[in-house]
Design a protein around this ligand. Structure first.
Ligand code: CO
Length: 220
C-alpha cells in the first residue's frame, strides 16, 4: 500500500479480530443494517459516536458537523434524518454536544473566521436567545460550558420541529429525541433531560431542560 499503510494494516487486523470473534459479523451486516439510534454529533475527532457508546458497526447511524447544529435548510442533515426515520426506523435520535467545543467557543468569542462564521451564526442565535443568563455567569469558561449545553438543547428543538419528526409522530411511529453532552476530560456522557416522544412534549421538555441548565449554573 503506497499511502497511509499503517491505517490499512490496522484495518486488516481489526477486520480479522472482528471475524474471529464472530465469523458471521460482516456477512450479516453486509445485507442489513437496523440501527436503533441516529446520532447527531460534533465532527470533533475526540467524540466518536460508536466508541464512546460502546456500539458496534451497524448499531448507530451517524451525522456529524461542526458543533452538532441542526438547520432547517441543511439538506445533508435532513437527508440523513429522513433515511434514518423513514427507512431505518430508528427509535431514538440523540443530539450530542461536548464540552470544550471549538465551534461553540468561536461562536461565543469570535474572532471572525470567514466562511464558517455563517454556520456559527446558528450558535450565536442560541447565545443571543440566552444572552441575559450567559452575561450573568462569572467567566468565559463557564459561559462556554453553559452554551455547549444550551446549544444541544436548542438543536433538539430544531430536530423536533422538522417535518420529518413531526410526520413520524403524527403517524404514530415510536421516535424519541434526546440531548446529551460529552466530557472530553473524563469520557462521560450526561443526559441534559431534553427527551421527548411526541409534539406536545417539545416545548415543555425544552423549557425544562433550559431551566435545568440555568439552575445548575446559577447555583455554582
Ligand atoms: Co465540537
Amino acid at each position: 500500500m503506497k499511502y497511509l499503510p499503517e491505517l490499512f494494516s490496522a484495518n486488516a487486523r481489526w477486520a480479522e479480530e472482528m471475524r474471529a470473534a464472530d465469523p458471521h459479523f460482516f456477512t450479516e451486516l453486509a445485507t442489513l443494517q437496523s440501527p436503533a439510534y441516529l446520532w447527531i454529533g460534533c465532527s470533533d475527532s475526540r467524540v466518536p459516536a460508536n466508541q464512546i457508546t460502546g456500539l458496534k458497526p451497524g448499531e448507530v447511524f451517524v451525522h456529524r458537523n461542526v458543533a452538532n447544529v441542526v438547520v432547517h435548510t441543511d439538506l445533508n442533515c435532513l437527508s440523513v434524518m429522513q433515511y434514518a426515520i423513514e427507512a431505518l426506523k430508528v427509535q431514538h435520535i440523540i443530539v450530542c454536544g461536548h464540552y470544550g467545543c471549538g465551534g461553540v467557543k468561536a461562536a461565543l468569542e469570535g474572532p471572525p473566521l470567514g466562511l464558517i462564521d455563517n454556520w456559527l451564526r446558528h450558535i450565536q442565535d442560541v447565545r443571543d436567545r440566552h444572552a441575559d443568563f450567559l452575561a450573568a455567569l462569572p467567566d468565559k469558561e463557564t459561559r462556554w460550558r453553559a452554551l455547549c449545553e444550551l446549544n444541544v438543547i436548542e438543536q433538539v428543538r430544531n430536530v423536533a420541529r422538522t417535518t420529518l419528526v413531526g410526520d413520524a409522530w403524527q403517524r404514530g411511529q415510536p421516535l424519541m429525541l434526546h440531548g446529551w453532552i460529552y466530557g472530553l476530560a473524563d469520557g462521560h456522557l450526561q443526559d441534559l433531560q431534553a427527551s421527548m416522544k411526541e409534539s406536545a412534549e417539545v416545548q415543555p421538555a425544552i423549557d425544562l431542560a433550559a431551566a435545568g441548565v440555568r439552575s445548575r449554573y446559577m447555583a455554582d
